[in-house]
Design a protein around this ligand. Structure first.
Ligand code: GLY
Length: 585
């Protein structure tokens, strides 16, 4: 019965699309807007429409695995766990067992929001100066590409915690797609072939990583060739059979600890056995009629998204105009204020005091708003005493799941750099993260309050490194409305911010909201990055205001988003990278 309106809508959509495609652009401009209750055909980008359930992610096979689980009667959490494990097989640059992340859930029953922190922890033997050379400079190779780069992985604990507490299916069922993909193999896509070729140098340095992802002659698997991962299938089977203990104790744990001992790594059997996913209270804030629910510390994401929205709330953004110079100036100046605070105040709340309430207070924003000049960029050096923020990698990944009842999952997880430390644990098929690089390896330099910058994010055993990952769900008039998130290191915050602002303040659909050109400023370096697609006239006006604009460089973020509107699921995968997929039914 429920299929009939969907079939009719599909028919109507395909007829309308066919008409649109056949209509000359000029005629389209002058024709009255074709409106459906859910899609405005005059927008440049249209979402994929689903009726019952939807999974949006960076790769097709894992997204379809999540959809399969929904169709088998699983809930959004079952699908999220299945997708997370499947991405570890099909998307090795960021999908993982050896990394960590954050999962934000909205559960329609009981109207609950839940945040699961499965960020990696520093091994007990980690120490504040472990990445400093004798001359006190940072040893970047040790920090990012050694066995010491890895925090204790959190992904398996986090996904299983979600499944056991909020899922409805057994481990065997949700792990089955991942095991099949690892055991039977899958045809290598354009995107995977490209990523392996691009990172061949790094992956070849570790014989196990080379063996896993390259052919015996060292060349990457070509498009359409089958990549099988029997060691990874074995690890997944340990998890399916024994749950958390299958990874954190027993043979998998022994293999990780043995690899650590081989190469001066710090993770021990005790570190693995001690790892826990933590359920935290998500952050909430308001922007006009919208309620934003996002990631609390040890993410900096939610704090600064809310802080920037507070700074912008009393300006008429729509009147300024989307991506006008006036709007981008205000946005940039707000980003600078927030990122200056980020460098000072954020860290693992289980180790340091993070003044979340003060930073997200609207009265604080009102005071800070006065620091923004209407037509002049304030140099970053005058906003706060400066030092470079910790360099963060862009290679994290996001997937988003929703069903028609308003259950939503936004999950961001990561190995940090693309393929993490590029070191694989022999016999597990698994790459290790280099999340230790997200700590401040070199805290130092007092700010005007006499506090040492970055001290809250200094390394300590058992601590979680500061993250920017920002899985976010926006509610409109109390109803779950828009779920999103992104990779991009420190650019995650500004990506998620602009995506939800595009929908909230500029009324864009989910596809246009995620696709529109973005900017990024993180206080230091004092540089406004602007993606391709922002007009040269606008950039010239921004330069006239004193902004140092770097235009047309790397793209900013890669969102995976779902909007729930009038009972329809509208999904969009960001076209900034190949291979993204919306699996809908
Ligand atoms: N490793 C990227 C982040 O956690 O923000």
């Amino acid at each position: 019965m429920q299929r009939r309106p969907y079939a009719l809508l599909c028919l109507w959509l395909s007829l309308a699309l066919a008409t649109l495609a056949a209509t000359p652009a000029q005629a389209r401009e002058t024709a009255p807007a074709q409106q459906s209750p859910i899609i405005d055909y005059n927008e440049r980008f249209l979402p994929i429409v689903g009726r019952e359930g939807m999974v949006v992610g960076p790769e097709q096979l894992a997204t379809e695995a999540g959809k399969q689980i929904l169709q088998q009667g699983g809930n959004v959490v079952d699908a999220a766990v299945a997708t997370g494990f499947a991405l570890a097989v099909t998307y090795p640059r960021a999908g993982n067992l050896g990394g960590g992340g954050f999962m934000l859930l909205h559960l329609a029953e009981g109207n609950r929001d839940v945040f699961i922190d499965y960020r990696e922890t520093a091994p007990a033997a980690a120490s504040r100066d472990m990445f400093l050379k004798a001359d006190s400079s940072e040893d970047l190779a040790l920090e990012y590409f050694s066995l010491q780069s890895s925090g204790v992985p959190g992904t398996v604990a986090g996904l299983l915690y979600a499944l056991e507490k909020y899922g409805s299916m057994g481990r065997e069922q949700v792990l089955a797609p991942a095991i099949a993909l690892a055991e039977q193999g899958f045809a290598v896509s354009f995107a995977l072939n490209y990523e392996l070729a691009a990172r061949a140098d790094r992956l070849h340095r570790n014989p196990e990583a080379k063996r896993l992802y390259f052919k015996p002659d060292g060349s990457p698997y070509q498009i359409g060739e089958i990549l099988r991962q029997p060691d990874l299938a074995w690890t997944l089977r340990q998890i399916a059979a024994r749950g958390k203990d299958g990874f954190y104790r027993g043979e998998v744990a022994r293999r990780i600890a043995a690899e650590m001992q081989r190469g001066n790594g710090l993770i021990t059997l005790e570190d693995l056995a001690a790892y826990r996913a933590i359920e935290r209270v998500p952050l909430r804030g308001r922007f006009h009629e919208f309620e934003i629910v996002s990631a609390p510390p040890p993410s900096s994401g939610g704090v600064h998204i809310l802080q920037i929205l507070n700074l912008l709330e009393n300006d008429d953004l729509a009147a300024l105009g989307h991506n006008s110079a006036a709007y981008l100036h205000l946005l940039t100046e707000s980003m600078k204020l927030a990122y200056a605070d980020r460098s000072e105040y954020l860290g693992d709340p289980d180790f340091v005091d993070v003044p979340v309430a003060a930073l997200t207070d609207k009265a604080y924003a009102a005071r800070q708003r006065k620091l923004i000049a209407a037509d002049r960029a304030t140099p970053s050096a005058r906003i706060a005493p400066g030092r470079e923020l910790v360099v963060e990698s862009q290679d994290t990944t996001q997937y988003t799941i929703a069903d028609r009842h308003g259950n939503m999952v936004s999950n961001t997880y990561t190995l940090n750099a693309s393929f993490g430390s590029a070191i694989a644990v022999p016999g597990t098929g698994m790459l290790l993260n280099n999340e230790m690089g997200d700590f401040a390896a070199l805290p130092g330099g007092a700010n005007m309050f006499g506090l040492v910058q970055g001290e809250r994010n200094a390394i300590a055993g058992g601590k979680r490194p500061l993250s920017s990952m920002s899985p976010t769900i926006v509610f409109r008039d109390g109803q779950p409305w828009f779920a999103t998130g992104s990779p991009g290191g420190s650019m995650i915050i500004t990506t998620v911010l602009q995506t939800i602002l595009n929908a909230m303040a500029f009324d864009m659909n989910v596809a246009t909201a995620g696709t529109s050109p973005r900017i990024h400023h993180q206080w230091l370096p004092d540089e406004l990055q602007a993606e391709q697609g922002i007009s040269p006239d606008t950039l010239a006006l921004l330069r006239d205001m004193g902004h140092t604009v770097k235009a047309g460089g790397r793209t900013i973020g890669r969102t995976q988003s779902i909007m729930l509107r009038d009972g329809w699921l509208l999904g969009a995968t960001d076209p900034r990278r190949p291979g993204g997929w919306v699996a809908a039914y």
